[in-house]
Structure formats: C-alpha cells, structure tokens
Design a protein around this ligand. Sequence first.
Ligand code: SF4
Length: 547
Amino acid sequence: MKIKLISVAIEKSNLSFPLGALCIETAIKSDEELNNNTKVETLLYDLEDNPKLIASYIINENVEMVGLSIYLWNREWFDSFTNEITRLNPNIFIFAGGSEVSANTNSFDLNKYKFLIAGEGEESTIIAIKKLLHGEKLISNGIISKDNPSLTYSPNIDLSTLKSPLLSNICNPFLFEDCSILWEMTRGCPFRCGFCFESKGLRSVRNYPFERIEKELDYIVNSGVKDVFVLDPTFNIDKKRTLKILNLIKEKAPFIHFTFEIRAELLDQDLAIAFSNIFCSLQIGLQSIHSEVLKSVNRSFNKSLFKEKITLLEKLNLVYGLDLIIGLPHDNLQLFKESLDFTVFCKPSNIDIFILSLLPGTKIYEDVNKFNINYNHKSPYTFIESPSYSKEDIIEALKIKKGCDYFYTKGNAVMFIKVICDTFEITPSTLFYDFNCFLDNNYSEEEVNNIDIFELQDIFINQLFEKQKLNDDYKKALLSYIELHQGLSFYLDVAASPILSLWYDPNVLSLLDNTNIHNFIKKNKSFKNKKDYYITGEPGNIDIIEY
Ligand code: SF4
C-alpha cells in the first residue's frame, strides 16, 4: 500500500520541519509487518501551495492512503484538500491526526476520513492501518472511525519505546546545510494553563531517555543544522536534567542556535549561567501581569520575583522573548496596555502578542459560557469580545500589537525604546499605537513589509519631534542614540558596518543607557557638526571608530 503523509507549514521558512508526520513515518517503518506491506513518504507543503493541485498530484501518484497532520493554522487548507481528493477518488483512504483533530474531533466528517487519531499517534496509527489491512473493525482507544465514532484518546506512549526519526535517517530529506529543525525532548506539561491543550492534563510529563538525546545531538551537529527549536514546554522544570542537557550542548554544539521555552519562576543563577554558556534564546510566557486575569486560566504572577529572574538573564546578556495574550477572561484594553508597558521595561529582545484562541479541548473552551466570551467557532477559534473587552477595544489592542511587532521586535528597539518614551513622555503602548496609525496612514501593507524598518522608525520619530516642538538638543541626542543602536543591530546582523552620523561621541551616547535624557542634555554638549563613525570587531568586543 502506498501511503503519503502530508504536512502543511504556515510558510516556507527554515522552521517548517514536519516533525509530526515524520514521527508517524518512523513508526510505520519501524513496524515489521507495515514496513513489508507499505511504502510511506512524508510530503511538506505550505499554506501558499494550492490544496487542489496537491490533491490531483497525489491522485496521479496512485496513492492509496493519505495521512494528514492537521493543526489550527492549516485546517482550512486540509478541508479544501480533503474535498478535492475525495471528489477525484472517493475510494482513497484518508486518515488524520494532529492537535486540531484531538481538540475538535467532532468537526471532522467520518464519511470522508477512514479514521482519526486523537492523542499521540505513533501506536494508534499502526494499530489502525493493520486493522484496515486485515479487514478488521477500526476499534481501539484513540481511533475514531465509523466503527467507533465516540471520542477516546490514545494512551500516553512510553517514549523510551519510540524509534527516533532523526536516528532512523527518516528526517534526512528535510535536513540541509543551515536548516532549522524541531527537536522533541519531552511530551506533556505539569502545568494546567486554561488556554492550552495541556490544560486538561491528558498527557503526563515524559522525557526521552538521555542516551537518545545525546545521540540525536551528535546527529544534529553532523547534519549542518543551524537552528534548533526545542519542543519541551517547560525546559527548566527539572534542574538536574536541564543542566545536564545544557552542558552536553555546550560541549558538542557550541555554534548551533537553540530556542527553549522556559518558566521564569523556575530560573536560578546556575541555570542562567548554563544558558549563557551556549548560543541560545529563551521564550517565556508572561501572558498578563494581572492576577485576576491569570487566575482565570490557572496561572499566577509575582512581579518582584519575575523582575528578579529577568534581571538574572539581563546581567548575563541572555537573549529572551516574552509572550502576551489579548482577550483572557477579565482582561481589558487598559490592563493589556499595563501588561505590555511592564513587558517592554523587562527588555526582551522580542515580544510575541497573541489574540486568545478558544481551542476546543481546553479548559477555557469549557468555560466560554461562564466568562460570556464570544468567539469565532471555526479554526483558529479567535476571541471576538467579552464583557470586559469590547470589539472596539480589541481592534485598538490589535493596532497596538501590530505597532509593537514592527517598531519593537522587527525594529530591534529594546535598547532605545525607553529613551524615546522618556523624551516624549509617553508609554510604550501609546508609542506602538501611534506608530501603527503612522504606518496605516502613510503606507500600504506591501510598503510596510518592504521599506527598511529603521527608515520607518526614523521618519516616525522625526514626525513626533515636529508635533511636540521639543528643543533641538533632544532631537540630536535621541536620533543619534537610535542611529547608534540601529547601526549595531545592522552590524551584528550582516557583519558589515554602516556609516553612523552622530551628534555625540558614542561613548557619551552610551550614558543614555542609564541616564534620563533630560539630565543627559543638560550635562552633555553635542558636536557643532555631526561626525561619522564605523563599527568594527567581534560580538562581545565591538569598537566604534571615528571615520
Ligand atoms: S501554556 Fe505552557 S506551561 Fe501552560 S500548560 Fe501549556 S505548555 Fe504547560
């Protein structure tokens, strides 16, 4: 039997690594009977690929069974694909798994799908395909079919029994020089955040054996991978194991970049130092700073503890990003702005803001009526409004989000945003809102994406100066400080120096890191004319020299 497993990424990017489908391919190929009787291959597409054309390609390949890896972001794509492929060949067997299937099983039409897999797929998929080959009824935990349409979940798998897709060479078609991959280390999470699939606690926390991690790391290093996103939602939960893995990475993969998701409250000095010894960035879910909001989704927040942990990272020059959510119960526009303003002053390198998705299968989905939340009932189940968040306020929050995405994260504004806010006496959230209005009023979406972000920042800041009529000294100091940091970002990004035209010596400008701009301009005189500088040196040992 010829089987194609289909994965659809959001976009063609280095991180479109079809791990879920590759795990199923590995499981099928590791089973003696199925390995002898099937020919299986994983295919990777993205949302820009036409689902109808892909369906006709699959039919022309005489495929007898397709397995779909369905997530929030590709549900519509797969709906269209499934309609087309069943129209072209009503006898083709289609099965599907993935988080969208586990979460919203009832929304799939069993007239089109031979079976669905809810929960972890490696074992249940093998059972289902074998039953099909043997002509048996498709009845087993985690398999939803016409034979047994009621929802059950696959039992949690003992991870030590699973073959590694990396070590079985099954990932090879997707590994190339400088690529990015997902690396699964753990399944399950001990926390129960109401907006997350883990909130129902269906998956206990299980780690892959350390020996497998060690061998996989060797494999990753030898494959020329540049970037690894570690799949472990709370990587630092077990300090001993975390330190052991970080030491292994330090020893074997000092030049590969790793991204870890961590819990801030579980950080300590030892862990922060171990992270700083490797090339990595950390992603931390903050979501909101307001206890009442967080309590509704089974989270909490201790401001001083959080600041203390973030300071640990800051002192060691670690790169970290923070996540926020718009639309949690009891949240409102004002509280969101406060959360965002606090987040900016934690100095993350990136801020990722998401609008709440009411994912079927999560605790918050069960509580929608309790919280009176109105949401879109189709994937991606986006929040629309609640008693505390009107539709108009959501529109404003999304404008702030867009301004933040561009000005702060894309514009790498971490070093200079505070000085801008001090100069114009505005909060970051107001700045982001105004920046978004500036973009909307002056540029098309295409222009916004194509014009250099630093140029857009400069035009915007110059317009703010025109509106506020501040003393010229502020303009000289602020624009020079921004140019200095934009230049450093550019240099670190492309390893080529721009010419910096500054009103102050760079060493003097660096006083603004810790000095209020009002005091700075009182104490420091600008040059009569701008002077040009260039950047040289290695990261960690950079020099700025007069031209
Ligand atoms: S949001 Fe993160 S910490 Fe919370 S339950 Fe989900 S995976 Fe666990």
